[in-house]
Design a protein around this ligand. Sequence first.
Ligand code: GAL
Length: 972
Amino acid sequence: MTKITIHPGEHEDPKPWRGALAPRAYAPSNAAHKSLNGEWKFAFEHTAARSAATFEFEKSEFADGDWDTISVPSTWVLQDGKYGWPAYQNIRYPFPIDPPFVPTENPTGLYRLQFDLPSDWPSAGKTILRFDGIESWAKVWLNDIELGTTSGSRLPTEFDAPVQAHNTLAVQVHQWSAATYVEDQDQWWLPGIFRDVTLIHRPSKAVQDYFVHADYDHSNGSGKLMVECTPSGTVRVPELQIQIPTGEPLHIPEVEPWSAEIPRLYEAELDTGADGEIIPFKIGFRSVKIEDAQLKVNGRRILFRGANRHEFHPEKGRTLDLETMRQDIVLMKKHNLNAVRCSHYPPHPAFLSLCDEYGLWVIDEGDYETHGFENVKWKGSPAVEDMWTETLVNRTERMFERDKNHPSVIIWSLGNEAGFGPNIGRMAEAIRKRDSRPIHYERDLIGQYVDIYSRMYATQELCEKIGKVEETAEDEIEWMGHMLFSKEQLNDKELDAKRRAMPFIQCEYGHAMGNGGGLSEYQDVFHKYPRTQGGFIWEWIDHGILQRTEDGREYYAYGGDFGEEIHDGNFVCDGLLFPNRKPSPSLIEYKKVIAPVAITGKDGELSILNRHDFADTSALEFAWRLENDGNLVEEGTLDVPPIKAGETGTVSLPNKQADGETVFTISARLKEETSWAEAGHEIAWGQISVDTVPPAAPVEETVAPEVHDGTIVLGPAHIRLQDGQLTQLGSQRVTWAKLDVWRAPTDNDVCFEKQWRAAGFDRMKHRTDSIEVTETSVVVSTRVAAWDTGRALRTDYTYTSDGKSLHVIVNVTPEGEFPAPLPRLGFLLGLPKTLEHVGWFGMGPGEAYPDSHKAQRLGAFESSIDDWQTPYVYPQENGNRAGVRRATLSGPEGGLTIAGEPFNLGVKRWTSVELAAAKHTIDLVPGHNVWVNIDHALNGLGTAACGPPPQKQFLLNAHKTKFAFALTPKDK
Ligand code: GAL
């Protein structure tokens, strides 16, 4: 009888690895190295239950001639479906929860590479093999010798590699392993060797590890340098004329400090002499300290204007090339971000070097999340069970040791959403015994093991409470406290006092899923209370995967599009960038909200508040522009003496007068090109109105309505006598002209959508009660209500005309109880599809909603109707332009001007019902009309997809309302 044991397999062992070398700092050096990236042989199996006896692929002589090839690095699920597809779940585990075991059905990749050693590869010393990232478990053989096993997907592993002239490398990778239990981050599952593979020579005196300590003393501007190294060697910093032995501290009387704003680095090298190696590295002198419940760098409180960044590329998954990493950083810098949280794992090591160079504060985070244990009430939580201690501490150490020499890393985060227990303490301890940088872990709400009080998605109100140090145990309980802590822990006086002495950050907030709002209200709190030190938007980029229809149209796929049995839909698309790295409106809004310079003013006097933490304003020039009704009158530059960080300067504006609506726009721009932006790049701006003239009443004279053949003719308008419907404006056919309350729910409207649909806001019917034709007007009285509901909006339309324009007054009176705010309140026009273009004077150029409009300025703008639409990956309400005074829609068959008191304008080629029904951008097909929303008001957006709903002041509660506008057709 033969019995083959399938379960448990080696990959179900919770131990982190076997045979790997001790972790060390990432250190490209002058030692010989060879990248093994490229085309590898590849075979795929659906199961991990492979009998080694029948399939010895790891052997050098194994015939892999008919195997496929795959690029390394990459993920095997983004190879056109040849080896399965990506899968997306947020919290839920993709298999039964039975730690540390995983299913037999376990996608497995077999990788083989034959390579020759370069002829000049040194014969002395030894060679190691480095993997920068494999998801999730691998076993490695070189020339028939098993090197070992590894897990820790986003962490490096090095093995001793007994190389010869010709080599065969074989790697077996399982998608699921015990390690998967501690890698339950909210993202696509993307198995495979997805980061670099490198062969590295180690001369006999190679650096086993080195640790750069470079402190800055802000009280006197001096620095202290000490480089620990095994074996010992020499450190050279040519710019400072320094040459010192490792292990010896050196006091440097004067250095320039490193900060995210002024990322001053000194080039250095570490040399271990003959038979050793030279490691070039960069030194950033800085200090990180917690003092007075504030996190201070170089002696000053800093404010995080950050984002959470997953590594993501719409075609390559988590395999990012250097240019894409650089693009992320350049985009962050250009949009005023100064910080990044590496959610929820250490990024490719090159990313951190770029953060040092360009200047970003970094929270480096361990590759650790176990969110799905929530579904079993944290029973068997790895944070608690001893079985997991080794792997968790190993993960912390591998992050720390790899990344310790980056000046940009100022906080260590142990992981994300992994419950609470003694293993969290052990991980913290692993760092504390090596380093003094503060430790973060959001779920340690009681502050037992961490140095920073961190929350996610707290409301603006709660942030304010925390700013005042008035948070209570109830606030903790309401969040995750009830699940993770005992009453005693929550009420422990000592811990409570310890936490109150901690700075506060929101490690995640402003959930950037779809169309959202509420950011500036957070920023106001961060500016007001020193303890609230800003936060990190969730998240940087939408993880939409690029797909093409059969006829070649592109769209982005999300959870469920690849046939996953369980998935979390488009919750994976919640970034400030669209998947193609184009900024979404939320990034534009964020840029303005976090601008490091605030420009305000009145009565000809300008106040410039420099909100930088370190830099003065000398890198900026201040340009002004005077516009009248959107037309440029004059422009120039202001003479602004440098303003120090945290201070305000005042300057007089040129004395100008003009008729009409006149505004100064002051723009703070880069004087010179930087590594991340061109000269002239705008950092901040402000508008100051000189003279606001209310828009003229649209129609004064009136013509009399005339009735012909069932039609009321009123100036350019035709109104149907039968039901009071506007059917014609000049030569433009009007197919619809009625009150509108519906919008295609945004991702963040989840908090209202059910109530909205139950109330029938998506299917309001219009009953005409009377049409009154007077000598000067036509008054159409209607009742707007949904089937099977009692509530209504009594709506009267009063039409008058001066012969050229149609003046519309809409009076709305709610009848009955309204269970939720209205999505919108306005007038909807169905116009011919020949319209193509919109020009407007109002706020622009981008979309704006009640709680998301800071980035828009008053001016004259133009857009095609197609470009007007914001391509949210999951279609939803978008594109509203606010504060519009006048807009002209035009096309080859003529057009129409809309004018009036500042109104909201929406223009699209589909109805809100069609928009709401679409699942992907390609579902939106232009119809026979252009639909124009002239809105009196819209409901706020909030971030309820994962966070608070809109604040009270942004809710559009039904109330008696009157609004007016004028429509002027223009024939072709
Ligand atoms: C947080 C979590 C993130 C992400 C986000 C929602 O709770 O830390 O990983 O899931 O919610 O998009």
